[in-house]
Design a protein around this ligand. Structure first.
Ligand SMILES: Cc1cc2nc3c(=O)[nH]c(=O)nc-3n(C[C@H](O)[C@H](O)[C@H](O)COP(=O)(O)O)c2cc1C
Length: 163
């Protein structure tokens, strides 16, 4: 087996890559929380499945595991403040959620009303890999708007510019 590159090499190359920014939300009973995330992809269309990678230290992970549900809310270019709130380490869930309007779809997990697209998910399976849990979510409801996506690259939030 080949050795892996260093963490620094990996991070340097990955910082060049542009990603859409989402807030992953979770609810268990009355407890709600979430985190900003870019490690998200569409895994399969049949069945409709998203994959998200969540650090095992993230507070929202316990709520996801308890409830077996989560939501992925892709942020619009007006929502960089939310991206900062949900990535400020250790904030209480209600402090984070208090800064926006939320609704619910099927699972009861908070759905960001004005997101680009939100995916309401049932946790289908999860794998532990290094520092993270890789979560497979079966998408049970969606909502979307015409807003432009918020992007992240090289340490900065960015907007889509026409070619
Ligand atoms: C642009 C950006 C992308 C991030 N992507 C992820 C991610 O994909 N997965 C993850 O676990 N944390 C990610 N984080 C870090 C979490 O948002 C951050 O650690 C958060 O504070 C965790 O929640 P907690 O404080 O409640 O534990 C990202 C942060 C930023 C600013």
């Amino acid at each position: 087996m080949q050795d892996a590159v260093s963490e620094a090499e990996y991070k340097y190359a990955m910082r060049r890559v542009v990603s859409p920014v989402a807030v992953i939300t979770a609810r268990s009973g009355t407890a709600r929380n979430g985190l900003t995330a870019t490690a998200i992809c569409s895994a399969t269309t049949e069945p409709p499945t998203v994959v998200v990678c969540v650090n095992r230290q993230a507070r929202a992970l316990r709520l996801i595991e308890e409830s077996g549900t989560f939501a992925v809310n892709f942020l619009s270019e007006q929502q960089s403040d939310l991206a900062r709130t949900f990535s400020t380490h250790g904030l209480e869930g209600e402090t984070r959620l208090g800064s926006a309007s939320w609704t619910t779809l099927k699972t009861g997990v908070p759905i960001l009303a004005s997101s680009v697209s939100s995916f309401d998910c049932v946790l289908e399976k999860s794998l532990t890999h290094g520092t993270h849990e890789v979560l497979f979510g079966r998408v049970v409801a969606v909502t979307s708007t015409e807003s432009n996506a918020l992007l992240y690259r090289d340490g900065f939030f960015r907007r889509i510019a026409p070619e």
